[in-house]
Design a protein around this ligand. Structure first.
Ligand code: HEC
Length: 157
């Protein structure tokens, strides 16, 4: 066996089993749902960090880091929603509605809207104008997060 052939085999094995490999993610639906929930929790913390600045409880740089992180986290949501990881498949473990996969166009539109709001919030926080940040923050929560949760997330009871 030639050296390059061995290298190719190793690269293949890494793609299948290595950290972050696409297959590794969707092969374990529960893990995929948990990763999605962990990202959502972090997004909640990022929103809190911006709020803390607005409430005068934190400095602007911390809010800027959080808004930047939030913007990137929103971009990753679709990749955190592989098929077969919703509440119909994982009752009591996921609260992601099947509509995410049965109405993909609608889900994409909700995601696109949230991304636009997150971009706007990030820009406002970078700019440092408190009134602009307040407006963008409200819009993000209500229309960005809320716009997706209304149709695609079941409330935990
Ligand atoms: C494009 C859709 C979408 C957007 C945008 C979105 N979420 Fe979510 N969120 C979901 C879905 C779906 C779930 C349910 C995940 C599950 O249980 O598998 C969820 C769950 C959550 C949870 C509960 C996590 C848990 O541990 O059960 C929190 C907290 C949360 N989201 C916060 C946010 C915040 C804050 C924002 C905005 C900054 C946001 N989400 C934006 C779709 C979205």
């Amino acid at each position: 066996m030639t050296g390059s052939r061995i290298t190719a085999l190793l690269a293949g094995a890494f793609m299948l089993f290595g950290p972050g490999g696409a297959l590794a993610q969707s092969a374990d639906p529960l893990k995929a749902a948990e990763e999605r929930q962990a990202s959502m929790k972090q997004q909640g913390k990022d929103m809190e960090a911006v709020k803390a600045y607005l409430d005068g409880k934190a400095e602007l740089p911390a809010a800027q880091t959080a808004a930047d992180d939030l913007d990137k986290a929103i971009a990753k949501i679709p990749s955190l929603a592989p098929a077969g990881t919703g509440m119909d498949k994982l009752p009591g473990k996921s609260w992601a509605k099947p509509a995410i996969w049965s109405e993909p166009d609608k889900f994409q539109a909700a995601h696109k809207n949230a991304q636009a709001k997150a971009d706007a919030l990030n820009a406002a926080v970078k700019g440092g104008d408190k009134a602009a940040i307040t407006a963008a923050f409200g819009d993000m929560g209500k229309s960005g997060c809320g716009g997706c949760h209304t149709d695609f997330r079941e409330k935990k009871t």
